[in-house]
Structure formats: C-alpha cells, structure tokens
Design a protein around this ligand. Structure first.
Ligand code: PLP
Length: 353
C-alpha cells in the first residue's frame, strides 16, 4: 500500500528505534529526565526562545498556549478553518472557557485588516469579552499546506503588540515552511509570543510537540500541563526520538516537496480531475472529483482497492499528503492508480463495493 493519507502515519526508522532503546531517562515531573532536558535545551537554541515545554500533542501545545495567555471569558481571534477552530473549539470551551471569534478569509491568510475588523465588530470595554490572543497557522492544513507569508506575520506581530494582544503560531508543519522559504526557524519565533511545533508529522517521530515562548508563559503552561494530566515520568525515550528527528529529518522535507510537485504535475494531466498544481506549495495536494460524477469516499475506496490510500477531505475533495512514507517510485505508482480510477469513472465502469 502507498499511504498518502497523512504525514502523521510516518513510522520510526531503525536508527530512531536504536536511539529510543538507548535513551537516558528519569522522572520528568522532578525535572530529571535527561533526554527531555536535552530536547528542550536544543529547541531553545534552535528557535532562540526563552523557554520550551515538551507536550504530548500539537493539540495540547495549542491548548496550553491559550490557557496561559487568555483569561476565562475572553477571546481568541483566528481563521474559521485553522486547526484551532476547525478541530479544537470544544477543547477551548472545556479547558480555557474562552470564546473563539473567527472569520473566513478569501485565501486562508489571516491579515491585520481581518483582525482589526473582528476587534471592532463588537462592543468592547470592561463589561465585555476582550480579545487576548490571535492565532495563526503555518503551514495551513485546510489550505493545502499553504505557507503563511513571513511579512504578514511581522505585520500581525506589530499590530498585536500595539493592541496588547498575544500572537500564537500553530506551527505543526512550520518545518515545511522553513525548508520551502529558507527562513530560519528563529526568525519565525521572533515575531510571535508563542509557537507550537509537532514532531509526529512530517519529521517522522512517533510522539510529541513543543510549546515555546517567554519564560513566564511557559512556567504557567508547565503547571497547566500537569493539571491536564500530562505530567510525564520516564518520557525520555520519546524526547530522544524527537531530538533525532530534529537533527536528521528536517532536510528530507525538501524531497517531500519535490515529490509533491511532481505528483501534482502528473495529476493535472489526468482528464476529469480538477487540480491547480501552481497552488501546491509544500507536501499537500487537494483535488476535486466532482467532474467524475462521484464523491471523495467512493473515489478513495476505488484507489484503495488498487493499492493507494488517500484521505477524503470534503465530499468532493480528496487530500494527498506526501511524507517519508513514500518514495519516488511510489509517487509514479500512485499517479498511475489515480489515473486508472479516473479512466474507470469516465468510462462508467460500475462500482462494486
Ligand atoms: C496535526 C495538527 C495539530 C495537532 O495535532 P495532534 O494530533 O494533536 O498532534 C495542530 N495543528 C495543525 C495545523 C495540525 O495539522
């Protein structure tokens, strides 16, 4: 099976398994896990941030960023389709008792003008909810792994500082933006108050995220992490795997991007598929199947029968994510299978489930 459903499906390499087997561990609740200390220190250097906190998931990193920067009843401003609203709205209600205030942008980029409009669309003042955090995403999952433009981040940072609002970046796939744009990770960290990254996506570690920012914010988050039930004991094996991924797997993302572009070009030649290869910026491709008189679930099912796994994103949209899971040979095979499925559909071959 060629698995193009998600980059969370990447598996640890043999080298990573060796690192895990030999990792130094201790009780992280006592601050004594050597591998966690090493990973957090490494991230502090790499991103040039004051402090870093190892957490189990990207969701928890985002939730801790909110919990430590937004008071109950106050507001988080974000784009409707960013992970923080799309998947995490119930977590925010439950854990932070904060409100989301969102807008749908035309191109997926939440800009100063949108935030300004959201701030002024309600009465503000001591009796009402006040906006305390703006949250952006880089790269943007819902918008096909689109890169958030660096200059827009800087402008947002200037604006939010002026308004005394914090800026958070959900950087689950920030490494993809980093290798595509050749912008240092520390430059990204410089223009936000808090930043989360994931080790368990394209980087290929089995577990973990890092929340980074100022000392004061991270010390609050460290307490909330324990209260939320994620105070780890011997978690160093996972920290060592994450460190190995940071040291050895970042550059591979360039290969993922090249293969994604190649696949997008091949798919754009297929009759019936609607896809814009120029809009492909990182490791994701979204294509539409509505011209083939089918829906994404049926399309994905047909592909699975022939040996390629894809993700039915919306009823007419299929998502492809390229990761370390797939080789160049796999990309050609996937293109052939998708083409064969499209041919069946245009020829009206009956679907047998
Ligand atoms: C995957 C992802 C997360 C966090 O996912 P977890 O499964 O909780 O680690 C957060 N934001 C974005 C944009 C993501 O793609």
């Amino acid at each position: 099976m060629i698995d193009l459903r998600s980059d969370t499906l990447t598996l640890p390499t043999q080298e990573m398994r060796n690192v895990i087997a030999h990792a130094i561990v201790g009780d992280d609740c006592y601050g004594e896990d050597g591998s966690v200390i090493e990973l957090e220190e490494y991230c502090k250097q790499l991103f040039c941030v004051e402090d870093a906190l190892f957490v189990p998931t990207g969701t928890m990193a985002n939730q801790l960023a909110i919990k430590s920067q937004v008071m109950e009843g106050n507001e988080v401003i974000t784009e409707t389709n960013y992970h923080i609203n799309f998947y995490e709205s119930s977590s925010i209600a439950m854990l932070s008792r904060a409100v989301l205030h969102t807008c749908r942008t035309e191109d997926g980029i939440l800009r100063v003008e949108h935030v300004d409009e959201l701030i002024h669309s309600k009465p503000r003042g001591p009796f009402y909810a006040s906006p305390q955090l703006v949250s952006i995403e880089n790269t943007i999952n819902y918008y096909q792994g689109k890169i958030f433009p660096f200059k827009e981040i800087k402008q947002l940072y200037e604006f939010t500082r002026e308004k005394n609002i914090s800026l958070h970046m959900d950087g689950a796939r920030l490494f993809h933006a980093h290798v595509a744009m050749n912008i240092p990770l520390s430059d990204y960290a410089k223009f936000v108050d808090s930043l989360s990254i994931c080790f368990a996506k394209g980087l290929g570690a089995p577990f973990g995220s890092m929340l980074m920012g100022k000392k004061e914010m991270i010390s609050k988050a460290r307490i909330y992490r324990k209260q939320f039930g994620a105070g780890f004991h011997q978690i160093g094996m996972y920290a060592a795997a994450a460190l190995h991924a940071l040291k050895h797997h970042i550059s591979h993302l360039c290969t993922d991007h090249l293969l994604t572009k190649k696949l997008a070009m091949m798919l754009s030649e297929i009759e019936g598929l609607s896809i814009d290869p120029d809009a492909v910026e990182t490791n994701m491709i979204f294509f539409h199947v509505n011209n083939l008189h089918t829906n994404s679930w049926q399309f994905v099912d047909r592909c699975k029968k022939k040996g390629v796994l894809l993700f039915p994103w919306l009823s007419d949209t299929v998502r492809i994510v390229v990761s370390r899971n797939v080789t160049e040979k796999g990309i050609y095979e996937a293109a052939n299978i998708i083409e064969a499925v499209c041919k069946e559909l245009t020829r009206g071959v009956t679907y047998v489930s």
